[in-house]
Design a protein around this ligand. Structure first.
Ligand SMILES: Nc1ncnc2c1ncn2[C@@H]1O[C@H](COP(=O)(O)OP(=O)(O)OP(=O)(O)O)[C@@H](O)[C@H]1O
Ligand SMILES: [Mg+2]
Length: 289
């Protein structure tokens, strides 16, 4: 008899599935290479008993990725000290798995295309600039571009893409980092995983955290002693207004009615970021000395 399954749609390609009274997440991949990559990463991490992933339920259909549903799990909240501390420790642990596995030799993983991604973001932001001006004015659009262009020219000179290469999760947004009911941090959604410098992903994590702590870099580096070890080339990445570009590009993928709602948050978010950027720039240059 075929197993009876019930599905609750979470997103376009993600469902919460019930099978014989137990719950699972089910994700359908469009791309075979992403499905193989994500399966491979879980195989390797599971083999080394890495604690910060969710186990995988074996499935005949290789385009379907099934994991036990973490009942009561919550996305981390970067406003909370414990969530910052524990998610950063889990991220370090993920990067340190390179001691047990040569991720760089894996044919499933490609190097994180940081510069390409960021240059592409600047190009797309420029293309949308008059539409964005309608929301925040030319002054703020120019300011964002000014910071982005200055940062990328510094990053191009200083970025070291071979430093401390390892597995990167590739998308360290709060909703891909869950705290389960036992308090353990679990990474989900390795779709964008790749290889690259550990420091790059730590900088991307800091980008996500800064808006939640008033862009106070000094405070964060004081709170998280492991950040003191961050190399210069990775610290320089903090100059790039990554979240602003990403949020505005995402904004224009929304329907007009969602845009109106989102604008109410994105406009003050932009104002706040820009008001903090001169000090952030000063702080980053100072900690780079
Ligand atoms: N095993 C799980 N247990 C509990 N919740 C889960 C689990 N897997 C996924 N989720 C929930 O479903 C959401 C979407 O899953 P996932 O991140 O894999 O999809 P996605 O389409 O890649 O999302 P995005 O692109 O927005 O990051 C997660 O943010 C999380 O809230
Ligand atoms: Mg996700």
């Amino acid at each position: 008899m075929a197993l009876e399954e019930k599905f609750e749609k979470i997103k376009d390609n993600v469902w919460k599935m019930e099978r014989e009274g137990r719950y699972f997440s089910a994700k359908r991949y469009q791309s075979g290479s992403t499905a193989r990559k994500v399966n491979h990463i879980h195989d390797v991490l599971q083999e080394m008993a890495f604690p910060h992933i969710v186990s995988v339920v074996s499935e005949e259909d290789r385009m379907l990725f099934i994991q036990p549903w973490l009942e009561g799990a919550k996305a981390v909240n970067f406003k909370k000290r414990a969530d910052r501390t524990d998610s950063l420790a889990a991220l370090h642990a993920l990067h340190e798995t390179k001691a047990k596995h040569d991720w760089l030799a894996s044919s499933y993983l490609h190097p994180y295309p940081l510069l390409m991604k960021w240059e592409d973001r600047i190009i797309r932001f420029r293309e949308l600039s008059s539409a964005i001006e309608a929301y925040i004015g030319k002054g703020q659009v120019d300011e964002i571009l000014f910071y982005a262009l200055n940062a990328i020219s510094i990053v191009k000179r200083t970025y070291r893409d071979h430093l401390n290469g390892t597995l990167l999760h590739g998308d360290v947004v709060h909703h891909n980092i869950l705290r389960d009911s036992m308090g353990i941090i679990r990474f989900i959604d390795f779709d964008l995983a790749c290889t690259g410098p550990a420091g790059t992903e730590i900088a991307l994590w800091i980008h996500r955290v800064l808006p939640q702590i008033d862009y106070d870099i000094d405070f964060l580096f004081g709170e998280q002693p492991s950040l003191q070890k961050l190399d210069q080339s990775s610290k320089t990445l903090l100059l790039f207004p990554n979240e602003l570009l990403r949020e505005w590009l995402y904004f224009f993928t929304l329907s007009p009615s969602s845009r109106e709602r989102q604008a109410k948050q994105l406009i003050p978010f932009t104002e706040s970021a820009l008001s903090h950027w001169p000090k952030l720039w000063y702080d980053v240059e100072r900690i780079n000395i």
